[in-house]
Write a protein that binds this ligand. Structure first.
Ligand code: PA5
Length: 450
């Protein structure tokens, strides 16, 4: 029995059972190859063994420095993009209070966490600068390559603000760099300036890095128990080593999505009934899109938050083009509970729900939606997770990473590169390097120079 369960009974009406059996051997041999390849430590499979081998000096440093930031900062600013951002935000938003950043410091007991370097909006950056005024803060710059433009711009701006506020020396003590252990622009800057650094192992790429210092340091600053996150991932690693497809939910997930893909279900919606999953879905989208979407192939990953989206894209899902399937994350036990009472006048007609919890109603919404969508021609997979906690987060991260790599191999693509990302960068850089005419970029608002 695994910690999470995958129920694909609402997808089986769309394919034959023999198709799963056929993929058993294919997946098992992909698994064997992954284990073999991971032995040479030169590829991109470091994440496969990471949980369980993490209790090293670096891990202790993460905890010590996180405690310092919790003591001296009201805000931690995390600067990064893509795989150097999404998993961290997924963990922080899933595992903290839904309104973490809005609570008072006394209630929160940990710094607010804000993210920058995720876009090139001067309004967003300026608003964040305003928010920082009068607040003690530290910076964590995260970039494996050290060269993402969004991250570099964010760092340049906030480094100056930090130096203006604290002076060069104290500013340096409030800057944490997470980058490649050996190389890259950020690594060089860290050595030159004496910033504190955390390393990203060479054999772990951006979207597989949330369980390294990339995600662990900011999560620890925000008060999340990173030991439990890694315990969850480690349990997934052990459970998902199981070679029998009937007992391995990662094998099943990879198999079902590929069977459906081959039947024209080319869009997958990751749906949740818990708003805290919003950024988890964003992380999942990036994981699958960058790993599978290449060479003219791949399932297009999208996400929905229910019941919100049942009142918007729900219509399309029920009756639009039949090229979709859905993967629903079901949380079995809510963190908090509200019970419906009885109103003497029953003006809203809701007394039939008296004594029922909102989670109970949410669960019925989930079951009803899965049935309705399946009956409307949308295969449904349900991933059952006992509760929302650091252990579950670690487990789910490992589960999806592992399933994604297997799935990519079934499809026949390399999950660890992202050649398409270079296209926008190349055309953007060539535009940025063109000489600027005076009439261009005419500044209509007051601009500040950093
Ligand atoms: O998954 C990936 O490799 C990418 O999404 C990267 O994480 C993203 O492009 C950011 O790269 P870097 O960490 O080098 O700044």
């Amino acid at each position: 029995m695994s910690y999470i369960k995958l129920d694909y009974s609402k997808a089986t009406p769309f394919f034959g059972n023999f198709e799963m059996g056929f993929l058993q051997d294919v997946i098992s041999s992909i698994h064997t190859n992954l284990l073999k390849e991971s032995e040479d430590k030169k590829g991109s499979l470091g994440w496969l063994h990471l949980p369980g081998t993490h209790k090293n000096e670096e891990y202790e440093k993460i905890k010590i420095e996180a405690a310092k930031v919790r003591g001296n900062s009201e805000i931690l600013l995390v600067i990064g993009i893509g795989g150097s951002y999404l998993g961290t935000r997924a963990g922080i938003e899933l595992l903290n209070h839904s309104f973490h950043n809005y609570l008072t410091q006394e209630t929160r007991l940990s710094p607010q966490v804000f993210f920058v370097g995720t876009n090139l909006s001067s309004t967003y950056i300026s608003d964040l600068i305003e928010l920082l005024k009068g607040k003690d803060f530290s910076i964590n710059v995260v970039s494996k390559s050290g060269s993402s433009l969004e991250t570099a711009i964010g760092f340049r701006i906030f480094k100056k603000i930090l130096a203006d506020k604290y002076g060069e020396e104290e500013a340096k003590s409030r800057i944490y760099i997470t980058t490649d252990y050996q190389k890259g622009t950020l690594k060089l800057a860290a050595i030159e300036e004496g910033y504190k650094t955390f390393g990203i192992p060479e054999d772990i790429g951006g979207r597989f890095s949330v369980l390294t210092s990339v995600g662990l340091f900011p999560m620890a600053v925000s008060g999340i128990c990173i030991d439990k996150v890694l315990d969850g991932a480690n349990t997934a690693k052990m459970e998902l080593a199981q070679r029998d497809i009937n007992r391995n939910p990662a094998y099943q997930y990879a198999a079902v999505r590929n069977i459906l893909y081959n039947k024209g279900k080319t869009i997958e919606i990751l749906a949740s009934f818990e708003p805290k999953f919003h950024y988890f879905s964003e992380w999942w989208k990036q994981l699958f899109a960058e790993s599978e979407g290449k060479e003219g192939m791949g399932i297009f990953p999208s996400a929905a938050m229910y019941s919100t989206d049942l009142h918007s894209i729900g219509q399309y899902i029920q009756e639009g083009r039949r090229d979709l399937f859905e993967t629903v994350i079901q949380i079995e036990k809510s963190e908090k509970e509200i019970t419906m009472g009885t109103e003497p006048k029953n003006l809203d007609g809701l007394n039939y729900l008296s004594g029922k919890t909102v989670s109970f109603i949410n669960e019925k919404a989930l079951l009803g939606t899965v049935d309705a969508h399946m009956n409307g021609g949308v295969p449904n997979l349900v991933i059952r997770v006992p509760d929302i906690c650091p252990f579950s987060f670690g487990y789910l991260v490992y589960f999806f990473q592992f399933a994604c790599v297997i799935s990519s191999h079934i499809l026949g693509v390399n999950p660890f590169n992202q050649p398409g990302v270079e296209a926008y960068k190349n055309s953007m850089y060539s535009l940025l390097r063109q000489p600027q005419k005076l009439s261009e970029n005419s500044v209509t608002t007051q601009a500040i120079t950093y």
